[in-house]
Design a protein. Structure first.
Length: 127
């Protein structure tokens, strides 16, 4: 494994603890993949907003809405990897799982971006 990944996300889960029931490990992987799909959707939607949405009367209005979604998509992908590795290590060591933090962060950012989109659309959108 790459050194920087180990520094950022901890040791390789397969190198700690004991093997776990494959069903539990696969469930953890499915959760990781669901977050990756969410990440791809956020990046795609942000890109579509910045490139395909008709311009607002507010300069940079499309970027104001789309760029935070793309940044959130990158953060979600990295957070998903971190949570998957942490959960896998905890399972292999027989420890409890940490409460998920990724969902709360995604919810807050999407709510703020949605509110910004609503305001930009109402104030600077086409009549």
């Amino acid at each position: 494994m790459w050194r920087w990944v180990e520094r950022a996300f901890g040791p390789d889960p397969s190198e700690v603890g004991d093997d776990v029931d494959p069903r539990v490990s696969l469930a953890n992987e499915r959760t990781f993949l669901a977050w990756i799909r969410t990440s791809l959707a956020l990046i795609s939607i942000g890109l579509a907003i910045t490139q395909l949405l008709p311009p607002f009367d507010l300069p940079g209005g499309r970027r104001l809405i789309g760029v935070p979604l793309m940044v959130l998509g990158v953060i979600v992908a990295l957070g998903a990897l971190r949570e998957w590795m942490g959960n896998e290590r905890a399972l292999r060591l027989g420890q409890g799982l940490r409460p998920p933090r990724l969902a709360m962060g995604v919810t807050i950012v999407i709510a703020v971006v949605g509110l910004a989109a609503l305001i930009v659309s109402l104030v600077w959108g086409p009549a």
